[in-house]
Structures are given as C-alpha cells and as structure tokens.
Write a protein of this length. Sequence first.
Lengths: 340, 357
Amino acid sequence: MAATDTTGTQVMNYREALRLALREEMERDERVFLMGEEVGVFEGAYKVSAGLMDQFGEDRVRDTPISEEGFVGAGVGAAMLGERPVVEIMTLNFLLVAMDQVINHAAKIGAMFGGEVRCPMVIRTPNGAGNQLTAQHSQSFDGWFAGTPGLKVVTPANPADAKGLLKAAIRDEDPVLVIENLPIYKEKGEVPLDPDFVTPIGLAAVPREGTDITIVSHSFATVRALRVADKLAEERDVSVEVVDLRSLRPLDVETIAQSVAKTNRVVCVEEGWPSYGVTAEIAARIGKACFDDLDAPVERVGMAEVPLPYAKGLELAAMPNEDRIAAAVLATLGMGPGAA
Amino acid sequence: MAATATPTSSALDPAVRRDLYETMVLSRVFETEAERQYKAARIGGYCHLSSGQEAMTVGAMHALAEDDLLVTGYRSHGFALARGVSPEAVMAELFGRVDGCAHGRGGSMHLLDPSRGYYGGWGIVAGQLPIATGLALALRRQGKDQAVLCELGDGAVNMGAWHESLNLAALWDLPVVFLVVNNRYGMGTAVERASAEPDLYKRAAAYRMHGERVDGDDLDTMIEAADRLLGVARTEHRPAVLEAVTYRYRGHSVADAGLAYRTKDEIAEHRERDPISLEAKKLRDAGVSQEELEAIDTAADDRVAAAVQAALDSDEPSTDRLAYGMHALGSDEQFARMRPGSAFGEEALTFDAGLGA
C-alpha cells in the first residue's frame, strides 16, 4: 500500500501518480467510481488502476464490455444524477466510437439545458505514438475536443501534474477530458503526497525559463521540448523557455503571451497533426495577443500529415522528433542551416 | 401482442381516468397550437409533434412513479406535459423565452425538469439510451428502488447505442424500461423497410431481457404494461423493452407534410381508432356526459391559450448571458487567462450570471 506520509514528495512514475490520484479521490468521495475496459480484473491495459479493484470492489472499479459509446454515455447519465464517474478509455483512438456521447451529449448538458443539470464526469485516456502501433492506434487529436465549448481538456506532461490535474478533474463540476500519454506513463518525477494537492485547471506552467525563444507545448511534446532545450543550451548556447499548456480548454493565453513578450520568438509543438490542430490555435492566439512582440513568424512542429506508418524508420520520420523541433527553434532564431 | 392479461377499462378510478383524459386532450390541443405557432414563426428549429400518440404517452407517465426518472428523445412535448411540466414552461421553451423549462436554451427537442425526474429530451437518435442506462446505474449505486423510463422511437433500435445500452442494462441488472414508441415510421422510413426484425420487442431476447409489444393506443393497456415492467425494474432491478404500437398523425416534424411515404387513407384509417376518441367512449360508457367532455376540451383550449400568452409575456434571454449554464459556478476563474487577445468572446463569458437568465 502507499505510504501514509502525506507531507513532502515522493518519486514515482506517471501511471503511479494517476493511480494515487484515483485512490485518494475514491477514498475521499464515495461518489467517485472508475469504469472502463479491463480496469478491474486485468488492472488496466496500462496498469493505471492496478490494485484498485482489490481495495474498492467491483462496484467502484467496474469492468465494462467493449462498448465505449454505451459506457461513456452511462457515465454521463450517472454524473447527471450526482455520481462522479471516471471513465477510462483504453486509448484516445477508441474515444472516436463514443464521440456522440462526448460532443453531442456531455459537452451540451450545462448550456443546452439552461444550467438546470450538470455533468461532473471525467474521461481519461492516453494519446501518443512511437511503438509502431500504426495508423489506427497512434493518434493525438486533442484539439478536436479542446475546440468544443462545454468540455474542459487537460493534458498532464509529468507525474505531479498527472496527479494534480486528474484530482482537479474529478473535483470539477463539469465534464473534463484528461488526456494522458503512452510514452510518459513510465516517466518518473517528484509527486506531492498531500491528498489535497491539485493542479488548477486553466493554468499553464513554465517548467524551464529562458530568454531567447519560447516553445509552447503540451503532453509528450513538453517532454520533447525540455530535452531540446537542454540540448540547445549545451550545444548552441541558446536559452529556451518552455511553456507547458497543461490545460487546452480553458487555455492559458496569458502565460503564453507573457513568455512571447519576453523572448519575441516562438515555436509551437504538438504530437498531433498541425493543420487545424492545437498549434494552429496557439499560433492564431499569439498572432492576436503578441503581434507587436514578434521578431519572427510563429513556427509549428507536429506529426507529419499522414496516417502514421508501421515501419520504424517511417514512424520516426513522421513524428515531431527532437531533431525536427531543434531545427525549427534554430531556424526561428536565424541560426539554422544557411544562416549567416 | 404478448400474452398478458387484458386489462379491463374499469381498473382505473373514474376520477383518475378523467384526469388522464384531460391530459390527453391537453397534449393534443397543445400540439395543434404548437403547429399553428410554428407556422406563425413564433417557434423555430425542429418541432416534432405527437398527435395520435396520447394514450401511449399519458399511460406511460401515469405508470411512472413520482420518484422514477424519465428520459426521452425529441418528440417529447406530450411527455413533459404528462409528467407535470406546466404548459407555460413548455410553450415558453418553444418560444425561446427565459421562463422556458431550459430557459430558452433547449427548444422543442431539449425539454427537461430535473425536479420531476425528467432528465431531458435529447436530439440525437438513440443518444439518450446510454444516458438512461447511466441514470439507472446511479440509482443502483445509490441503493434506491426507483426506475428509469427511457423513451425512444422505432428508428432508434437500429443504432449501436441501442445494442450497447441494452447489453449493459441487462448485464448490470439496471432498473430501466426502454419504451419503444413504434409509430410505424422512423422519419419517412417504414419499420419494415428499416428493421430486419420488425417485431422490435423480440430484440430484447438477445440480451435475455423481457420484451413485449402492446397496443399503445389503448390507455388501459399502456398503463398495465408500463406499470408492471416499471415495477419489475424497481423491485427486481431487471430491465425490459416495452414496444408500444401507435401512430403519429402529423409528419416527422412540422416541416414534413407526412404524405411522401404514406397515404391519406392510411392516416384516416388510424384516425378512426383515435386514442382520445377511445377514451372518450370509455368515459361516456361510465356515465360522463357529452357536455362534460366538451368542457374538458374547452378547458384545454383555455389552458393552452394561457400558455401562449405566458410565453409571449416572458422575456427573451439576455444576450449578455450567452454562456449561461455552460460551465459550473467558479469556472470563470479557470477561463480568465484565456482572454488576452481574445477574438472569440471569452472576455465576455459569464458562466455564473445567476439563475433564470
């Protein structure tokens, strides 16, 4: 069992941080229950819910059939009656078959019914690519959801935020989509043990301060951005500031604008396709909020706009890898190949 | 028809029967007036009328206990009225006014009244089924012996959400009765042209669930079946499918004349077995005079006229409350940092601008 010490922090990986958040919230509030495919007996396709069925029983850690539309909708209904369902979708790709319940139902309830009823539910699911999972299992269309009024969308990029944002989502009165990430599940970090620690929704973070250029990113792109920042500091003496959005809706434009006002140059990075994507939205916001601050056009890096291929070399080439991000940063600084 | 005991028309208390008749007449008059107001451009959007389906609706609502829950599709004016939502609140909603049951945000398809256990009229075919299943799941989790009635049309049974919901409801022993309103046409497509198994109730068997078909145009039959299946749901936590065969006189919506896919003769034939006329005959047989029946008609006319006037008197929603209700109280703080350079109205979003706006 988890340590009973609730002060300080403990190093754990992202999935353990999510599990701690679930355990704490289920201990705190009987209305919270977890539902999804393989969450119970199998302990989660990615083992996030390991041990929870033993602790909380089959009612509160509820295995479902492969019926995303059915059990996402069941979460909507249960939330309308005051329960606090946390619905796990095995990966973001599979949320597509429940899209009607997410977009046409959960997101509409507050406004469409004139505030007469609320839908305090959480859907949590990982996006991500990189294990040769190919076209149908490697997608990050986070922006599709973040573009929908009525939803809140958060995307933790480290274990502490995984715990803090999931807890904030569970305590929120509105439907919140928590987009986790496959490659980050094993990443370790310091996680506060305080059961009342939450990461506020709608607040970006600046995990690395810098002066030359800003990288705006979320989810796994933030992990990549921090690696690129380290590399460029060492190899090219470039000072990169990284803004981790953490929350896509609400979006913290203020933190982005403050950073761009300082660095005057910005590269937006995402794991999804850039066209009509998160970086498109960020670039448009920067264009309006930071017009007088920019010394270079806003640059974007994302997934190559193809269904992701299987062959390892093709997959690596398609992804917004660190080489591509570093090249975009240098080009935006006028330090790319061919620069004087 | 399923082999169940035929109810006798004397089972209902005469005063109750008269009340139910009043509700049926109110529903018919309301729908007739809604069509008139739609054509007068006071009602916009889609407007799906249920004239002809009154025995099904009022019977099901009579069987629904006060603390039971209701979810419907979008042909729901009659359900709202029979559940006790005032004609004023329904008409004001159709008019898009602040005193509407969804404060002018929902319109014809999205009526609701959580205080009466009515969790919504929903506009996507079969989308309400998973939600009804979830309401029933919540009831079980809360240890309550209440039931959910989930109305759907005959077209909804060919959606994946139907299959997923019935499977979950049966698998998890959830107290939900799926009321399939078979009015013969999903929009303009006849049941036989849409469903490989047109005996829709038989599909329940795939989930080891009870299913039966009843004459939805006979009030007593509807009450008996709905009461029995809701009772099983409440006490034994077993779901069921209740297929009520009825007929809608008007088109799919006000915009549909309803004649491209059926004949005037067919409609006339169904009108000869009108559910309100059937009830009127039962009342007359029980000694209610023609004058009393006409007084009920007049009272319904007056009631609906008053609802129209109340809707007209109700304010239009203030445009500075555009985002009203979208997010819970306190969310404005979460959205505060979205405002710099906003071109999309975030600076004006007011999530907690007070009730009733």
